[in-house]
Design a protein around this ligand. Sequence first.
Ligand code: NAP
Length: 249
Amino acid sequence: MGQPVIIVTGGSRGIGAAVAQSAAARGYAVAISYVSNRAAADAVVDGIVKSGGRAIAVKSDVAVEADILHLFQTVDKELGTLTALVNNAGILEHQSRFDELTADRINRVLLTNVTGSLLCAREAVRRMSTKHGGKGGAIVNLSSMAAKLGGPGEYVDYAASKGAIDAFTIGLAKEVAAEGIRVNAIRPGLIYTDIHASGGEAGRVDRLKDAVPMKRGGSAEEVANAILWLLSEEASYATGTFIDISGGR
Ligand code: NAP
């Protein structure tokens, strides 16, 4: 068997960066994508390469189909046969009441979080499915506890996008289960990353952490550990399933 090859969308910061580092430590050749923060993406790649791993960063907006095609074609050329995809890139916008949401905002969130994940998974299936001559593989989608909790008063649009990810995970898992591909999802809870600053409240995890049964926020590494397990052979009979990494929330 050759070296396993993973794509982590949005791997320059937060959960995606932790997944990239952990995957490299477990022997994967790693491709991360990013959309704007090139310095952060380069730092992740440099860290992996300095530790003796293989990694590349590709600027690729998951909201743009041509960028997704470019990402997968670059990985085909530079790293080889794709074995794992983590659909991690995701956005939320400023905390807002539902009745203030605009069509533009809703469409931005759905395009990035839903359409982007679906199109990346399509490209992965085209490469991994035994129906297409592939050798199988594993996909992990980043959902959120918001899919269950709904994000009231903050971002119901984001929660709805993650609900779509849940349904997508179930359906795609069943569709490709007999083609060597496992599809699962993680629902992180309150995790310390920059995403909360894009919602306008950098300190959101600390404000809400006392409502978590474990009384703390989680780390990107704690989420990455579950993702790497779902990708691994240890999870060989798991598909269409979900792991909530939320401290019991
Ligand atoms: P983050 O810290 O905001 O990092 C987002 C990453 O995605 C960055 O690498 C960013 O690239 C990239 N990105 C953003 N838009 C993109 C696009 N259109 N195309 C490609 N890459 C894009 O986010 P995070 O907290 O790690 O979240 C990762 C995933 O976990 C998301 O799907 C999020 O919804 C989910 N999640 C997070 C939490 C949490 O509490 N943190 C909870 C539940 C679910 P640049 O560096 O170029 O900006």
